[in-house]
Ligand binder design. Sequence first.
Ligand code: PGA
Length: 244
Amino acid sequence: MKILQVKHYDEMSQKAAELLIDRIRRSPGINLGLATGGTPVGLYAQMVNDHQKNHTSYRDVTTFNLDEYMGLSGEDPNSYRLFMDKHLFNHIDIQKSNTHVPIGDTDNPNQQCSDYENLIERHGGIDLQVLGIGSNGHIGFNEPGTSFHSETHIVELTPSTREANARYFNSLNEVPSHAISMGIASIMRSREIVLLVSGDAKRDALEHLLQGDVNESFPASILKTHPAVTIIADEAAIGKTLAP
Ligand code: PGA
């Protein structure tokens, strides 16, 4: 894993945007894996800004999001589909039909899981996957204990994840109990991964990732076995872990 240490959130977002824009310019038909949450909001803002200023085109780009809440339609204000539209897709020249987010309000969740996995495969796999990390080490919604062999699946969210995400809902009760998420094996098939880590709330998770074993009890630890991971982490997240 390559680690890029930056000063703060804005610099993390800027560096991540530079990396993505470089890959998109080199491969205009790239397949991007995208993430939601507080961490990538600044990255998406930088991509929109660059699109407006420098006209980087997303006309031939295809995207696959990591996850979606079960039971929420794509129009629900808390759905990850709407999040992506609002923060990125509505502001760039991507074709909406090329943007894929798992469908949360499906009648047949298991079918939806295998359809999503097949869709990624039919498109030739993900070239570059953006990830955040949960304070419990989750990637996507793959909570501690998830098999490293998992493909897109239905997950039960842990209390800590539901509490962390309650800030977007009116109350904790409204946070869905389940989600559909790419599995760990799905994520690991990406050719390149960029992991964004910001803020002191992620400090323990980053330290665990860098210093701990590869173990299913800490899902992100599998990234140590991937050949092309770049971690972009700010000083608040790195703390003393890497300080000179
Ligand atoms: P966050 O979530 O970006 O909102 O901190 C990251 C995650 O839980 O994977």
